[in-house]
Ligand binder design. Structure first.
Ligand SMILES: [Zn+2]
Length: 237
């Protein structure tokens, strides 16, 4: 079966990844059983790339309210502190918050990262398109992103990746390296916004699940390589 073949290819690059369904069962179970969180009162926020291909990965958490969409190109939480504040105000009374975040990367059956077959397209396309565009621009040593209100998200994404540029270009697999770097950027921002907006939450805990979404062929399950699962006690922040 194709799904089983993909399983091998994905696990070669991301040995700890799980398919999207297992991810949701595993982490919702942990929240409920280990942390005694009432899943029926959880509002979810996502900070994943705008790309249509990511929609099925987030619907595996459909039992939760939401999502409040924080992410833009690359998965950066572009809605910022105002978005985090609004999300905090929307949580059910006596409920809890859950934020699912991270960049995404396509993979083909040949094991090529940064590419995927999209619905009804014969040729492979880039995934994440925003990250692969940034990578192609970084190959030109004279290139610097210039903030531009009509391409604000891409320019901000590229600017926040500049500190990782040399490391990415030197890597054996720059497609994977730029994705890992983007995870760090998103992870830092999500933590920063939870902290600066902590007084806006009228609940005790915020659960974070961050990692890398791996897009396989259309119609097959995506995978998720979790990098951070954490239940934050807001009173201790
Ligand atoms: Zn993308």
């Amino acid at each position: 079966m194709l799904q089983r073949k993909f399983d091998e290819v994905v696990k070669h690059h991301f040995p700890n990844s799980m398919d999207a369904k297992d991810t949701s069962i595993h982490y919702l179970g942990k929240m409920q059983l280990e942390h005694k969180i009432d899943i029926s009162k959880v509002l979810m926020a996502t900070s994943v790339c705008s790309d249509d291909i990511n929609v099925p990965s987030t619907t595996f958490f459909n039992v939760l309210f939401g999502p409040f969409i924080m992410g833009g190109l690359g998965g950066i939480p572009f809605s910022g502190q105002t978005g985090m504040t609004a999300f905090a105000h929307h949580i059910p009374d006596g409920g809890s918050a859950f934020i699912f975040y991270g960049p995404h990367i396509g993979i083909t059956l040949d094991g090529e990262l940064g590419k995927m077959y999209r619905p009804r397209q014969e040729e492979t396309g880039n995934s994440c398109g925003a990250l692969m565009l940034a990578l192609s621009r970084f190959h030109d040593s004279s290139y610097t992103p210039v903030l531009n209100e009509d391409d604000y998200q891409q320019m901000r994404l590229e600017t926040s990746l500049l500190p990782y540029k040399e490391e990415i270009l030197k890597s054996d697999n720059p497609q994977k390296a730029i994705t890992e770097a983007t995870f760090e950027v998103i992870d830092k921002k999500v933590h920063e916004y939870v902290k600066t907006c902590k007084d806006e939450f009228h609940v005790d805990t915020v659960t974070l699940l961050g990692g890398i979404i791996i897009n396989t062929d259309y119609g097959l399950d995506d995978y998720f390589d979790a990098r951070n699962f954490e239940v934050i006690d807001l009173k201790k922040l």
